[in-house]
Design a protein around this ligand. Sequence first.
Ligand code: H79
Length: 699
Amino acid sequence: MKINFKIALFSALFLAFAIGACHSSKKTTYQKDYLNESDAARNQRMEWWREARFGLFIHWGLYAVPAGEWGEKNTYGEWIRTTAEIPLKTYDGFVGKFNPTQFSAHDWVQMAKNAGMKYIVITSKHHDGFAIYDSKVSDFDVMATPFKRDILKELADECKKEGIKLCFYHSIMDWHHPDYLPRRNWETDRSTKGAKFDRYVTYMKKQLKELLTNYGDAPHVLWFDGEWESTWNSEYGKDLYNYVRSLKPDIIINNRVGAHRDGMAGFTAPGQFAGDFGTPEQEIPATGLPGMDWESCMTMNNNWGYNKADKNFKSTKELLHNLTDIASKGGNFLLNVGPTAEGLFPTESIQRLKEIGEWMKKNGESIHGTLASPIGSFDWGRVTMKTKGENTILYLHVFNSPSHGQIILHGIANTPMGAAYLAAPMTKSPHFERVDDAIVLDVPTKLLDPINTVIMLQLKGKPDIHMVPVVKNKLTTFVESMYVSLADEGGNAEIHYTLDGTQPTIFSATYLTPIKIEETTTVTARSFRDDQPISGTMQQSFWKKEPKASTPVAAAAPGLQYFYFEGKWEKLPPFDSMKALKKGTVTNFDRSAKNKLGENYGFEYRGFIKLPTTGIYTFSTASDDGSVLLIDNEMLVDNDGLHGTKKVAGTLALQAGYHEFIVRYFNSVGGEDLKVTWASETMDEQPIPDNALFHVKAK
Ligand code: H79
């Protein structure tokens, strides 16, 4: 809510100068470039967050009033303003209806704390632009509702008391502020005349300053979102990062402050400004990412905001397995609750938080403050790790009893000192012994905990772990022959291998130089030291492929044919059966025929690609939004759908000469991008050059 007291203005200005920053949105200089930080300083700043491993996300705002229902449909969530295309004036009507009299900061914080969560991230402002706190620079805030209580203030006080770190989610995208651009394309009643994006950025910074100065030691994290629209860029992102840290140097900021997130996978494209941690959304990365901080956020049901009809809740078991999977890969889990307009958590969410808490009370030690598994993931479950003084603890999270009732942990050189059930230390401990490079534990078929039984395995000394030999080759196919390169990443070991699928022993061939193969072959390899195996066994097949025949082309002319289309699509329509608005030839993947706005259009490029040699070729498209690439009328790269810049590659064996070649691409709104590359055994990945692209002139 806005107040125009001169004093407030004066003190805001004074503060701005005192910290050496002003509200101008670009080219601000700060006393320090917070992006230039020593590893030690960064590690110290990230310490509590890395130890926490588990937090509560809360999506709460005006969208709780319609509770997911509008007109005929009841599948909406926090996006309802846009997905149901509700005009601004109508949406503003929810302000008078937001009166969550049953809200209790005490109850909310207790539920998070009892679930074993260490922090809470709540929406100070979501995309709809509504502030759930007392904002002096906006009338679209909680003080304009009948409730008139500063929700963040109450939560900040309660969290402080309970030792929970309160954090704020703040949307960059804003569907309410007149200066925010672009408008939604269905929104015809809000003129963009006079709108200035820079003025919006200044406004956003003023709100952030309120959030960073009025809530005691909160917020501990700023969680940005809605950064993917064409108006946001890295320059704004870096400036915002420095601005926030100049006001609160120890704060942690997510990667969505920048402009190069790789879609829902949530990581920032390499080489780009990436904030402090990656943010996979509704997904968990396949493996950990050494040296990277990340946090997977996830809903309990389908929606982030409250939807009264949405009963598609994940089970407590699934949620706990997600938490464990994420911890085993070195990430944090941010689990969401969407409270009602009365101020209550949905009963299903309360139930799940309670059950998670029951498990965490007994097993939380295997999650909090742990490190990623040093030995990967298993069919039977996951592993987390802690160092304790000079020694190491592996937490074996058993989801299913392993086949043959045994857990086999290959490649561990440390002496096992003890094993016990974490939740039931008095229960008879599982038997363990060393067999060659492995520690083998006997696990009963009936597990103590049907969700996740944690076995604590103590090892003597720091982790001394030797993973299986690594195959260095990118490709597993070849045409004539190939050289297979192996490496022992642990060092100080000898690799022995076989080419007939049998287990290598010390009498098998010793790996010295890359292995030449001329037929489809399975390579099996293991590391040995002092004639003893010290790793598990690696097995990889390499396939000999028949190259696709090329096509003779009589009158090849340089360049590709292009066909241009317009329409609103969520994935590629069948361009080959549609009438093109424009067509012609281009030397490469030129898009100058597109409309001025650069929105809702598509191209099909058609012709031949000429390959210099016979071999294995890899083609890729990196596009925002969707694209596909076809060779000889077969789909090789399927990169379709609405997404930020995303790269997909495909590999196949091809004869030298001409091959039919098609690339299709479309952009809806927001970022536009299309890059097409090729690579072969003898050629590094690069954009396909003009002189490889041809078409046959239509007669
Ligand atoms: O607040 C919750 C959601 O409302 C919000 N993020 C979570 C934490 C959210 N906003 N949008 N989405 C989720 C889905 C949007 C996906 C897309 Fe995109 C936006 C597809 C294309 C543009 C993100 C950016 C994925 C690719 C680029």
